[in-house]
Design a protein around this ligand. Sequence first.
Ligand SMILES: O=C(O)C(=O)[C@@H](O)CO
Ligand SMILES: [Mg+2]
Length: 269
Amino acid sequence: MPRFAANLSLMFGEWSFLDRFAAAADAGFPAVEFLFPYDHAPEAIADRLARNGLELALFNLPPGDWAAGERGLAALPDRFDDLKAGIERAIPYAEATGARRLHLMAGLADRGAAEARAAYRRAVLHAAEMLDARGIELLIEPINRRSMPGYFLDDFAFAEDLIRDLAQPNLRLQFDIYHRQILHGDVTMALRRLLPLIGHVQVASVPSRHEPDGEELNHPFLFDELDRMGYTGFVGCEYVPRAGTLAGLGWLRRSDLSHLVVPAKAGTL
Ligand SMILES: O=C(O)C(=O)[C@@H](O)CO
Ligand SMILES: [Mg+2]
């Protein structure tokens, strides 16, 4: 089975953010990911990871003013200086935590507009170069527009073309199975074909974005398929639990968890 990373922005919401690390480790996860760590000092995050024996699989570069509706700056021509400042802000977190993958959000912009495409290309190239010097991968992720209306990067072929075209050694695809299925379908064949470009995988049920335990996709098949194709990275569990994080972990227990230690907590799983 793949190595699963709990997404602490969506899962374990029953705990305060810093306490989610222990909760995820207690539930058997070897790794975590989250959207944004920036409300906490890098050392505080690093301490929670170390204390709980967790690896940090991934986090996002600063997205601009999230509360005001921004969803990344990369495709916004006038925000290049803010984007550069955001990279500088994120690097100490990666260094303190040992994270080796950062996701750059594109922002809300018209992909048909030449200025937005040029801004995005410049931002991705700049971020990749900045991070490569530090041994960090830069990830870009197509996101479906039902979840994020107006999002610039809503097409896997566009992301693939850009990654191939820029040919940066550390520029990789964040393959979110949930978004892939909504945008284009054909998940298995896309995973197989894009494997050499993939730096991180995420998963949730489709269409409800809950536990990966059914609905439109056959998740056990997909997890086995990731093994068969030799994917050795993490699978981020980027879903909103239906009715409590621990109560919803049955899908994990039904998987082959020989690589995880899942404590048998009566009444919790
Ligand atoms: O929404 C997703 O899917 C993500 O992976 C986030 O990083 C962006 O909100
Ligand atoms: Mg995702």
